[in-house]
Design a protein around this ligand. Structure first.
Ligand code: C2E
Ligand code: MG
Ligand code: MG
Ligand code: MG
Length: 279
């Protein structure tokens, strides 16, 4: 009886699994053409210094507007791009588009761009970055590359080499989603990491969970001892902002301060909500 139920269950789910697989194949095919068809664009989310409330830069976030499926989130299509190798042309398009756009900002405004671990596996990231900086004319000091702990965990020697050369070029490295990975903190002594972005999942429960408050304030202290800039991502409330400011967190990014948007105001300093600064 149980066996029969199991078989029925299997039959019931089979078409659904098939549909998911087919959708994936379709997305993979469509993603191949998305750049050429102008379906991709970038949003930019502002980052602020917490003590003075000044705009420090923007993070570029890739978007895909699919003609029949509508908005497809990067959490769906970036992994597809990584598995199919499409991350190479996609990553190059993102970097070039963002650097070109950033040329229109005030010169003290930085640009942060996410790099996927797969990019380090499949291409010379240093060559890519240097080439794009030369082609666009953006100063290396204005570019910050966000990597994750999974990038650090793979191909250590090659990644150390690439990141060190980028650092020497003037490009800075930020550790994204900090606290969610499995790597040991020792990489902070071996890699030129200038910034740590505390993952949104920790900021989410600030104030409601004693443990996360302890973790976040400790990371802020770690940043101060190591002279690494600490950014909190996913700040959504005034309460979270107040705690971060009290602990001495350097920078903030999140819906409370500004959502990712396709167009950045011509003069961002006039138009961003600088009053969203907690006294
Ligand atoms: P991430 O780099 O950690 O980006 C931050 C994500 O948090 C973004 O989601 C952003 O929209 C979202 N976010 C920012 N503030 C808040 C907030 O206050 N509340 C909440 N709930 N969310 C907030 P998004 O744009 O969906 O991107 C998700 C992830 O996809 C990124 O995480 C990054 O890992 C990846 N991704 C996005 N753009 C790119 C890209 O250009 N290249 C690569 N390789 N990956 C990208
Ligand atoms: Mg990021
Ligand atoms: Mg992040
Ligand atoms: Mg995150």
């Amino acid at each position: 009886r149980a066996k029969q139920d199991g078989r029925n269950t299997f039959r019931f789910f089979e078409p659904a699994m098939d549909a998911a697989l087919q959708r994936r194949r379709r997305l993979e095919h469509d993603l191949r053409n998305a750049i050429r068809k102008n379906q991709l664009y970038l949003d930019y989310q502002p980052q602020f210094g917490l003590s003075e409330g000044q705009l420090t830069g923007y993070e570029a976030l890739v978007r895909w507007w699919h003609p029949t499926e509508g908005e497809i989130p990067p959490s769906t299509f970036v992994p597809i791009a990584e598995e199919t190798g499409l991350i190479v042309p996609l990553g190059e398009w993102i970097l070039k588009t963002a650097c070109t756009y950033a040329l229109g900002w005030p010169s003290d405004t930085k640009l942060a761009v996410n790099l996927s671990p797969a990019q380090f596996k499949t291409q010379d990231v240093f060559d890519l970055v240097r080439r794009v900086l030369v082609e666009t004319g953006l100063e290396p000091e204005r570019l910050e590359l966000e990597i994750t702990e999974s990038t650090i965990l793979q191909n250590t020697d090659q990644v150390i080499e690439t990141l060190s050369r980028l650092d020497q070029l003037g490009v800075s490295i930020a550790m994204d989603d900090f606290g969610t990975g499995y790597s040991s903190l020792s990489y902070l002594t071996r890699f030129p990491v200038r910034k740590i972005k505390i993952d949104r999942s920790f900021i989410d429960t600030l104030g409601t969970n004693e443990q996360t408050s302890a973790i976040v304030s400790s990371i802020v202290g770690l940043g101060q001892s190591l002279h690494v800039t600490i950014t909190a991502e996913g700040v959504e409330t005034e309460g979270q902002a107040a705690m971060l400011k009290r602990w001495g967190c350097d920078q903030v990014q999140g819906y409370y301060y500004g959502r990712p948007e396709a167009e950045v105001p011509a003069n961002p300093l006039e138009d961003v909500p600088l009053d969203r600064n907690v006294a």
